[in-house]
Ligand binder design. Structure first.
Ligand SMILES: NC(=O)c1ccc[n+]([C@@H]2O[C@H](COP(=O)([O-])OP(=O)(O)OC[C@H]3O[C@@H](n4cnc5c(N)ncnc54)[C@H](OP(=O)(O)O)[C@@H]3O)[C@@H](O)[C@H]2O)c1
Length: 275
């Protein structure tokens, strides 16, 4: 595929992050359209990135190869139905980042036989540090797969899923995951304050430790248990703390937490299907 023309429907948090990611990675501004109900958001994007903007979703996708749906899930059906005719005449790749909207629903609203990639990004995409999982339906060709991957890769790492049902597990892991880490950091900070550290000191040491641990794991590529053993001297302080966490079933707690989130993700997708 030559440089594809991309239309982003919904220029909110995620949509504008993707646009920023694309432009910063060298995608020509002339080949990016943004559509939104807010003229204010559009004019800010236009000024910042010199992209094409419109409040008319149909105009946005008139000459595009890829349509990114970055609107709220509850608006998806109406917007997709509005775009059905033009999508059927142009047959672009549809890339949806909407949580809980199944490929089969999108296919039905758009009239069928459309190449669709469903993505589950997460909030750190807003600072180009996201983690997204993608699923492609059988209409998606190799060029379209790599185009979808490149779009999401501008705001973080990307993995492919062989089965759409795994998106509910991804939602439970990386979709909701930032909140688990926020909670852990909050708990660590509070515990340190309780033991006498000033608030700001506890906060800085907590955040930098979390960042350092994640970077060490990513940059070394070593298994997590190996990294953990490496910093756990027999009879030392870390060993004492870890034994308290293990005795209190930290692994089982996370297993239950992810199961609950996955179950809720399935329930929400079910509700969206019925709309
Ligand atoms: N934020 C995340 O971390 C995250 C993570 C994973 C997945 N997602 C998914 O990403 C999607 C977008 O989320 P977001 O946080 O970016 O939401 P958002 O900030 O609300 O962005 C959606 C944008 O769409 C606009 N819009 C509303 N109706 C429209 C229409 N008919 N045509 C075109 N644009 C319209 C909204 O304008 P108004 O504000 O004027 O209504 C808003 O600017 C959602 O489906 C969400 O599930 C988000």
């Amino acid at each position: 595929m030559t440089t594809p023309s991309i239309a982003v429907i919904g220029a909110g948090n995620m949509g504008s992050s993707l646009i920023g990611g694309l432009v910063n990675n060298g995608h020509p501004s002339s080949k990016i359209w943004a559509s939104d109900t807010s003229t204010e958001k559009l004019s800010q994007l236009q000024q910042r990135f010199q992209i094409q903007t419109t409040t008319d979703n149909i105009q946005a996708i008139q000459n595009t190869n890829i349509v990114v749906f970055a609107i709220k899930p509850q608006l998806f059906a109406n917007v997709a139905i509005e775009l059905k005719n033009i999508v059927q005449s142009r047959k672009p790749l549809v890339l949806s980042i909407a949580a809980g909207i199944r490929e089969s629903s999108i296919q039905q609203w758009l009239g069928g036989h459309i190449a669709i990639v469903r993505a589950m990004p997460n909030t750190p995409a807003l600072i180009n540090c996201g983690a997204a999982a993608l699923f492609a339906n059988t209409y998606v060709n190799d060029d379209q797969r790599s185009a979808a991957e490149s779009i999401l890769r501008t705001v973080g790492v990307v993995v492919w899923l062989p089965d759409e049902r795994l998106i509910d597990t991804v939602t439970a892991l990386s979709g909701s995951g930032p909140a688990y880490f926020f909670l852990m950091m909050e708990a660590l900070q509070q515990a340190a304050e309780h033991l006498g550290l000033p608030h700001e000191t506890a906060r800085l040491l907590t955040l930098q430790t979390a960042l350092g641990a994640a970077r060490m794991a990513i940059e070394s590529g070593k298994p997590l248990d190996e990294l953990r053993h490496h910093v756990t001297s027999p009879g030392g302080t870390t060993e004492k703390a870890l034994s308290v966490l293990e005795e209190n079933n930290i692994r089982l707690i996370f297993q239950h937490a992810l199961q609950a989130a996955k179950h809720r993700s399935e329930e929400l997708a079910e509700l969206m299907d019925k709309k």
